[in-house]
Design a protein around this ligand. Sequence first.
Ligand code: PHE
Length: 343
Amino acid sequence: MKDRLQEIKSKALAQIETAEGLETLNEVRDAILGKKGELTAVLRGMKDVAPEDRPLVGQWVNEARDAIEAKMADKLKLLESQALKLRYETEKIDVTMPEVTRKKGNLHPVTQVRNQLIDIFASMGFEVVETKEIENDYYNFTALNTPADHPARDMQDTFYLSEDFLLATQTSAAQIHTMEKKNPPIKMVAAPGRVFRSDDDATHSPMFHQMEGLVVDKGITLCDLKGMLDELVKKLFGKDTTTRLRPSYFPFTEPSVEVDVSCFQCKGAGCKLCKGTGWIEVLGAGVVNNKVLEGCGVDTKEYSGFAFGVGLERIAMLKYGINNIKMLFESDVRVLSQIDDEM
Ligand code: PHE
């Protein structure tokens, strides 16, 4: 009996020693100590041992089991620490490895300018409305004090889709749409306005974007326009930028002005950007012509307003130093990805 137990014990210890993983260790445990295990079988056979021999045999069995269990526990600890070491090694982060960079995409410069303008106008309390790309003659011209025989129509020749419908030449129709829907006070910007004109050179494109603005309230004058514009250019081009108004002509505003901003590159000293003048023309504006207000049923004894129209491509070209408007429409990512100016 003693030999049998010795044999079981040394076989078990050897198997535990060479076990390479938890699974083998469990198999060894089942084969020795499990229900059908070899040592369990010996224990079951105790009933056949003579009563006087039982204490001694019982002691041998216990010794064998304790030795096997102790060896098993040691091996378990060893395997666990090996597994942990392996995990530390495989999960190690090499902080000296070159990073994997993926450049974040950016919005189109014109969209960026549009968003910046919307943010600025929204902060001043303007509501944002949408414009139409197809207008009829009434909204695009007639209601804007530009009747059929008006020479100002020549400057804004466009594609006519029918006798009456045309591709919008300006976003100013939004003034009429807004006043038809709403009574004063009105404070709105219209965007994004895609407009179409027979115009094509380095700074003009047959399709471009405008943003229209309209304010109608009691006591609105050119001073309100100037104050708002000064605020706008400071936010858009920098704190020490100002504006200058030059007399101009639009049928739907009286008086009408061209708005120049002080050159934000040379601060007025004169450079290539401002063609040596210290000023850059950025938009058209004016006090809304009474004829336009009256045409929309606004009482001009009580209300007055100002309006402006700004070209988004022009602002983008100035802000980002783009010298040909076509660059904005050629969709060359090498150019467009350089302009990332999200506020
Ligand atoms: N619609 C004019 C243009 O396209 C700009 C403008 C808008 C001027 C509003 C005055 C008032 O040139």
